[in-house]
Ligand binder design. Structure first.
Ligand code: AMP
Length: 456
């Protein structure tokens, strides 16, 4: 199927051609026709499937075909998305797709001065892309009126609720006047109960449900393996892995913000250009790091889950999980940063003894075992902490391990001091020392708050 068969306006087709899209992705093929008919759509799709274009094209087409009201034009379409990075990417896509039209788009998100955003709104816009907090702020201050919204997109609804935005989203919904003909395009990667409630509340009865690439099949295209390693050797292992000339650039994930900063600093000290992005960095810093990574100025970007959500970097070949995420869903999102648009990708995970239960939960979710890397100069010495009921069934988790003599001895197996490599440093240093003196096997997993709970 070609885009031209979907009934898309010539000005939009030309723009798509300029960008180099020749055939619609499955979500576009399924979601564009009902959206063009004016129907509500529930799209079960995650970032990387081409969903932005799936909702942007029908919106632009509807707006091109409508006459603007005289005087100051009302905002006619709202796209609500959870993170600043996603908002910026969606805005950029809208600008690309709308380049042969006179549709005007604007962007509002928090963490930066509101005044340039207010100025842009003052010029009169058709489409607004926003994150919930700043949008509510500006509505409250009277700069934005949502009562004429004709098409509303709720993007990444599951992540929006995970991040605690439900009250903001509800407030925004009440700010949009109910209109019989208001169209809603609703996108979510998963359908937990709260998301289902929103669907029931927002979508008209005859909505079209479209679903593409269930998460487990998306990850099938990605080569995945795990290094079993002690926590204090993760830094050295990362440096060793990054020595491979096949890894020109890599996105490295850390569970915590403090950990992301530390990994980036350690890499820079070792002469590798690296930056961290997370919710404690301001928007300028985050955008700069992302641009530097995209332009090849830095070769490693270290990110937390939320900061990385929606990052769109074409041709990202490697994702490295410095920490095993404690939610399997985050693993899928993380490795989904590679292997996009049909490309293959490689994902390595570093798993320490007390992360083995997380690894098992991930394997259960994706429905397959993740292969253990045997060429590992820093093999785990600690006893892996298998989930209850599995321990002792087949030695160390039943995994095949390379005998030490055969292991690649690329670097001496000296562990860096724990305070230089430990990820979880929220406790006071005295407490840390006490913890280190305890027998290792009794060490509890860290209680540090995952980055996502504090980010927005
Ligand atoms: P999204 O899921 O909207 O974030 O899109 C993921 C990536 O796929 C982006 O880099 C898009 O530019 C790209 N993309 C979207 N639609 C197409 C298409 N029809 N053909 C090729 N690439 C596409």
């Amino acid at each position: 199927m070609e885009f031209s068969q979907l009934g898309i306006a010539p000005d939009l087709l030309r723009a798509l051609e300029d960008i180099g899209y020749s055939v619609p992705s499955p979500i576009q093929e399924q979601a564009i026709p009902p959206s063009l008919e004016g129907r509500d759509v529930l799209g079960l799709a995650q970032t990387g499937t081409g969903k932005t274009c799936a909702f942007a094209i029908p919106i632009l087409q509807k707006l091109i075909g409508e006459e603007r009201l005289p005087g100051f034009p009302p905002i006619r379409s709202l796209i609500l998305t959870p993170t600043r990075e996603l908002a910026i990417q969606i805005y950029d896509s809208f600008c690309d797709y709308a380049k042969y039209t006179d549709i005007k788009c604007a962007l509002v998100y928090g963490g930066v001065s509101q005044y340039p955003q207010i100025e842009a709104l003052g010029e009169g816009i058709d489409v607004l892309i926003a994150t919930p907090g700043r949008l509510n702020d500006l509505c409250g201050q009277g700069y934005i009126d949502l009562s004429d919204i004709e098409i509303f997109v709720l993007d990444e609804a599951d992540r929006m609720l995970d991040m605690g935005f439900l009250p903001d989203v509800q407030r925004i919904i009440t700010r949009m006047k109910y209109a019989e003909n208001k169209q809603t395009l609703f996108f979510s990667a998963t359908m937990p109960k709260d998301v289902q409630k929103l669907v029931d509340h927002l979508l008209r009865e005859d909505f079209e449900r479209v679903e593409v690439t269930p998460q487990s099949t998306t990850v099938e295209a990605i080569e995945q393996s795990v290094y079993l390693v002690d926590r204090e050797n993760k830094k050295n292992l990362l440096l060793w892995v990054l020595r491979d000339p096949a890894i020109a650039s890599a996105l490295v994930f850390s569970r915590t913000k403090i950990g992301a900063d530390r990994v980036a600093r350690d890499l820079r000290r070792a002469g590798i250009q690296a930056e961290a992005i997370h919710g404690d960095k301001n928007q300028m810093e985050r955008q700069k790091a992302l641009n530097d990574f995209k332009n090849g100025k830095i070769s490693v970007l270290v990110a937390t889950d939320i900061a990385a959500r929606g990052i769109d970097i074409s041709e990202l070949s490697h994702v490295i999980n410095y920490d095993i995420p404690n939610e399997p869903e985050n693993y899928v999102h993380r490795i989904g940063r590679t292997g996009r648009a049909g490309m293959s990708g490689i994902a390595f995970s570093f798993c320490q003894a007390d992360e083995v239960p997380y690894l098992r939960a991930i394997e259960k979710t994706i429905g397959k075992k993740i292969e253990v890397e045997e060429a590992n100069p820093y093999p785990m010495q600690e006893e892996p902490k298998e989930p209850r009921g599995r321990r002792g069934r087949s030695g160390r988790g039943g995994r095949k391990r390379t005998p030490k003599a055969q292991q690649v001895q690329a670097e001496p197996q000296t562990a860096a001091p724990a305070e230089q490599t430990a990820e979880h440093t929220s406790e006071p240093s005295g407490e840390q020392k006490k913890k280190r003196r305890r027998p290792r096997r009794r060490r509890k997993p860290s209680g540090e708050k995952p980055a996502q709970s504090a980010e927005a």
